[in-house]
Design a protein around this ligand. Structure first.
Ligand SMILES: *Cc1c(COP(=O)(O)O)cnc(C)c1O
Length: 712
């Protein structure tokens, strides 16, 4: 078992009988265990909501009298004891899945990622990549894998989004309050901060190290915002994905090189080194440099380290594949050539990428060339990635390009509504989550009574609508909204209407506006008496992505039209909290990427495991999951040129809505007023998708097919 390297930052003065609430607040285990959340929200739920589900702030603000009362309430204490029995068992259990499956492979694995999405109170993620990393760590903990995460701690986090009256995205950057986050500084024995150092042309940069406990798994985050650094380099860890190329390359050097040094300083000795996307690929150079320092040639050092490296590519879209102009490489890495005993040309050759406009140093090329484990994130993305990178293996046929795929998954316990979990507890038995990838268990889905499932679905939709209305009310009170924006924020939503959700990053290839292409046809569908529909949009564009922001504006224009009756809405500031409400509450989850750019996608999996039906382009994961009975497709299972594709997808989208989705939802009801055909599809979707597109299946595949082979 991995041992944490820090001490808990703050010890709150709590009644003796319940003093371990402090420990619980500093381990994110509570995030995916609703029973643990009840220890906080049972005492004061208003406060719990007001502090945005942050147990540390909750402990800071809860009146002592409330804690005293709880410490004498037998029912509360019973719950408390139960939670800590489970918590202690979880942290100390020896025969977890990994220990049983691979008893002789207890080597450490290092997992590098630029972003981690663990919980809404820790906004150090921008979208799917980060949420996947966060889910990866949670499942690592659940399976008992000896893996440590490494990343950067952003002092401002990712921005908060406000939409102006004319639909323009405004980015708000506020400093995070580290004191109120589950962060512990790693200290040396003498009580001072443990720091690491990375050399840059203008001098060395120091970083301190923070620890986050994710169940049994530690995550270490580097932070350059310390006194020892000048004000320029302090900014390195201010924000996620700087657009400024100098800050951007320095961030990636910090993650890759600094990450290795931090793991060494912490006393880890990983055998497998996993780069989650190319941002961390400078790690390769640093690991080779360690051997060169001991006298090995650089070439031999690369060969020696390559077999332990694993690289995951997450997107075919150019903006997601970092590459740097060569002048930047000269500026920041020139001092390395001599140290490694190679020339500048030899260094650039490691990652040379010929673009139409010149040569670059490509992070994915560096990673692909120097890792033996390489994977894409869905079957189709595998095909696309082999085509995209085949020039690196000119002697091979495209199908033999050595990039495999592991389709993404989601961490079930994080994303599944408590009531659905309860339903499965009753029908499948309390340890069903341990057997989630056991297909036989899912045969029992048919036993579930329609009225129970329908009641839960309706409850979750009501909860979503009430939450949205309350959010709108608060913003209206705060004076930050124009009246039309109150309507745009969802006050007119109806909890009994067929509800479609679309929420994700606003990047142009995701085509958020596809459903708005024929707005009159859409408005006709929206306002049919007795069978209306409503559409909820949400999502942020990267602050430097002007086309992405224009897309938000276009959606916002449609949202503000009076003719839609307040049934098309845009929710500001998409984050993991809003994502949870949406994927749990909507009836239909729509995704309209321009194929084949959506490497996998994961939000549709979250929706499916809560009983929403997917309605999506056959791209990424959905192309593998869709079987004709468990949701709907948009457009054909084929690649065509983009203009033709837009038009066929638009036609398909409207036709399917008008002829299939709306009639199925409002159509035939049985004697108990159940939409039996709809619920049959819901059950098909839950039965086929939940066992397959989850993080447990995904991580086991990474272990069997990438981590174990890399343990040489
Ligand atoms: C799951 C999730 C994503 C990823 O959604 P995609 O459908 O893969 O684009 C992005 N942001 C948040 C907050 C999420 O929870």
């Amino acid at each position: 078992m991995t041992i944490f390297k820090s001490k808990i930052s703050t010890n709150f003065d709590l009644p003796r009988r319940i003093y371990r609430l402090n420990e619980l607040a500093y381990n994110l285990w509570w995030v995916w265990n609703p029973i643990a959340q009840r220890l906080f929200n049972r005492i004061d739920n208003n406060l719990w909501e007001r502090v945005n589900h942050n147990p540390i702030r909750w402990l800071r603000e809860i009146p002592r009298t409330a804690l005293n009362a709880a410490s004498q309430d037998p029912l509360y204490l019973e719950l408390y004891d139960q939670v800590f029995t489970e918590f202690d068992h979880y942290l100390t259990e020896k025969d977890m899945w990994y220990a049983t499956a691979y008893p002789k492979k207890q080597h450490e694995i290092a997992y590098f990622s630029m972003e981690f999405g663990l919980h809404e109170t820790l906004p150090i993620y921008s979208g799917g990549l980060g949420v996947l990393s966060g889910d990866h760590l949670k499942e690592t903990s659940d399976l008992g894998l000896p893996l440590v995460g490494i990343g950067l701690l952003y002092t401002e986090g990712y921005f908060s989004q406000h939409i102006s009256e004319d639909g323009w995205q405004e980015a708000i950057n506020n400093p995070l309050d580290f004191l109120n986050l589950p962060l512990n500084r790693v200290l040396k024995e003498d009580g001072t901060e443990l720091t690491i150092q990375v050399e840059f042309p203008d001098g060395p940069v120091q970083a301190r190290i923070w620890e986050i406990r994710v169940g049994r798994t530690p995550l270490y985050l580097l932070d350059t915002n310390i006194d020892a650094n000048n004000s320029f380099v302090r900014q390195l860890t201010t924000r996620l994905y700087w657009s400024d190329v100098n800050l951007r390359i320095m961030q990636e050097v910090l993650l890759g090189v600094g990450g290795v040094r931090a793991l060494r300083a912490l006393g880890f000795n990983p055998l497998v080194w996993h780069m989650n996307e190319g941002h961390a690929a400078f790690m390769i150079i640093e690991r080779a440099r360690e051997h060169v320092k001991e006298g090995m040639s650089f070439e031999n050092a690369l060969n020696k380290t390559q077999k332990n490296n694993v690289f995951t590519t997450h997107t075919p879209v150019p903006a997601g594949n970092d590459e740097f102009p060569l002048w930047l490489i000269d500026k920041y890495l020139a001092s390395l050539w001599a140290e490694l005993g190679i020339t500048r040309d030899q260094f650039v050759d490691l990652a040379r990428h010929q673009q139409s406009w010149g040569e670059t140093f490509s992070m994915p090329v560096l990673a692909l060339r120097n890792s033996n484990g390489r994977n894409a994130v869905s079957e189709l993305h595998g095909t696309v990635a082999r085509e995209m990178w085949k020039y690196l293996w000119p002697e091979r046929k495209v199908e033999d390009v050595p990039i495999t795929y592991v389709t993404n998954g989601v961490h079930t316990a994080t994303w599944m509504a408590r009531r659905i979990r309860g339903l499965y507890d009753n029908y499948f038995g309390p340890d069903w989550l341990e057997h989630i990838d056991d297909l036989e268990m899912w045969e029992k889905m048919d036993n579930i009574h329609n009225n129970e499932l329908w009641a839960i679905r309706n409850h979750l939709k009501r909860k979503l609508v009430l939450y949205i209305q309350e959010r709108a009310r608060k913003r209206w009170i705060s004076g930050s909204l124009h009246p039309v924006q109150v309507i745009a924020s969802g006050v007119m939503l109806d909890p009994y209407v067929l509800t479609i959700g679309f929420a994700r990053r606003f990047a142009t290839y995701k085509r958020a506006n596809l459903i708005l292409e024929d707005i009159d046809r859409l408005i006709n569908m929206i306002n049919v008496p007795n069978r209306p529909i409503q559409i909820i949009f949400s999502g942020k564009a990267h602050p430097a992505d002007e086309p992405g922001k224009m897309l938000i504006q276009e959606v916002y224009r449609a949202v503000k039209k009076a003719e839609n009756g307040g049934r098309i809405v845009f929710l500001e500031d998409y984050d993991m909290n809003l994502a949870r409400y949406l994927v749990q509450g909507v009836d239909v989850w729509m995704n309209t990427p321009r194929r084949p750019n959506e490497a996998s996608g994961t939000s549709g999996m979250k929706a499916a495991l809560n009983g929403a039906l997917n309605f999506s382009v056959l791209d990424g994961w959905w192309r593998e999951a869709y079987n004709g009975e468990n949701g709907w497709s948009i457009g054909p299972d084929a690649d065509v040129n983009s203009q033709v594709q837009d038009q066929t997808d638009i036609d398909s989208l409207y036709r399917t809505l008008e002829e299939e989705i709306i009639p199925l939802y409002y159509g035939e009801r049985d004697a108990n007023n159940m939409p039996v055909k709809w619920l049959e599809k819901v059950k098909n979707s839950m039965r086929t998708i939940t066992p397959q597109f989850n993080m447990r299946r995904m991580l086991k595949e990474y272990i069997d097919r990438l981590y174990i082979p890399a343990m040489k």
